[in-house]
Ligand binder design. Structure first.
Ligand SMILES: Nc1nc2c(ncn2[C@@H]2O[C@H](COP(=O)(O)OP(=O)(O)OP(=O)(O)O)[C@@H](O)[C@H]2O)c(=O)[nH]1
Ligand SMILES: [Mg+2]
Length: 291
């Protein structure tokens, strides 16, 4: 018998959804930072076993959308409710239930199995933990609750094993050597965006989108050229920095990560372009993969 199914991870921003998916897959498919709204897409991570295929979806944290990009991000979350065979609702120690009632009701009324993962318990104590598990059990009575640390790997294998048990009987949906649904250029974009989230403050990371225009693999090297798009001229100056130092740092750090990811030498050329209002432009959003 072969099992396969979609296991979709949803929850508030910054609770550790991407950390968990990467831990399951064993690869850095999703970028991780301490800032909210790090993930903007629905990213598949596929774990293949001899007799199962677990298709995980990492999704953006649930927010109230203020502009078109965020609307599209929430469409990804909606789609993750639609095709799930197992729903993972991740919360972190100390948080309250989702502000978005519609999403929260979808979880509590779910007909499919829900695993509620209470994450970051490495930051907690026994008393707080017991109190939170009880309160979540009352709020989401249809869920199985696991207290975990995605970062430290605590209870991660147990959750994984439970998901495999819950997968429906099915042939695989993807070739068994496939790891994700995203193309190589996507990971280039995301790696660069991660460095921008790490090194720039306030609104800058949220005004940035990356477009990798060239990805050319030669025998010993991959040559890439990516444009960093910002919304305003002032943001362009900030990205580049004094004598180009800030941009150079982004390029160097991204290149190192990309060399690890692709297992090959990388040449990365970066430039910055003002693209007014891209966050509210349907056509452009579509081109950047938000549809
Ligand atoms: N202490 C602790 N920190 C964690 C744990 N899991 C994740 N984090 C940290 O929490 C932050 C957010 O992690 P992400 O995996 O990016 O969270 P996310 O839910 O994907 O966030 P968005 O994509 O913005 O919605 C990062 O700084 C992680 O290192 C954990 O188990 N313990
Ligand atoms: Mg994420």
């Amino acid at each position: 018998m072969h099992k396969a199914g979609f296991v979709n991870i949803i929850g508030n921003p910054n609770v550790g959804k991407s950390t968990l998916m990467n831990a399951f897959v064993g690869e850095k498919l999703s970028i991780i930072t301490s800032k909210a709204q790090t993930t903007r897409h629905r990213i598949l991570g596929i774990v293949n076993g001899e007799d199962f295929q677990m298709i995980l979806s990492d999704t953006p944290g649930i927010i109230k959308p203020a502009y078109q990009l965020q609307e599209s991000m929430m469409d990804f979350v909606k789609s993750a409710f639609d095709d799930a065979d197992v729903l993972i609702y991740m919360v972190e120690i100390g948080e309250k239930e989702l502000k978005d009632e519609a999403f929260f009701n979808k979880i509590t009324n779910s007909k499919i199995p829900v695993l509620l993962l209470l994450n970051k318990i490495d930051k907690s104590n026994q008393e707080q933990l017991e109190e939170q598990v009880q309160s979540w059990a009352a709020k989401v009575p249809n869920a199985e609750i696991y207290a975990i640390s995605a970062l430290e790997g605590f209870q991660v294998q147990e959750v994984f094993n439970r998901i495999v048990e819950l997968l429906p009987e099915s042939p695989p949906f993807y070739p068994k050597d496939q790891l994700t649904d995203k193309p190589e250029r996507f990971f280039v974009n995301e790696t660069i965006r991660e460095k921008i989230l790490l090194h720039y403050k306030k609104e800058i990371p949220y005004a940035v989108e990356i477009d990798t225009e060239e990805f050319f693999e030669e025998e010993n090297i991959i040559r890439m050229r990516s444009v960093i798009m910002v919304e305003r001229e002032t943001q362009k100056g900030i990205i580049i920095g004094h004598k180009g130092a800030a941009l150079k740092r982004v390029g160097m750090e991204a290149r190192k990560d990309l060399e690890k990811f692709f297992g090959k030498q990388v040449h990365l050329e970066l430039y910055v372009k003002v693209n007014k209002n891209w966050r509210n432009d349907q056509k452009q959003l579509k081109r950047f993969g938000y549809n």
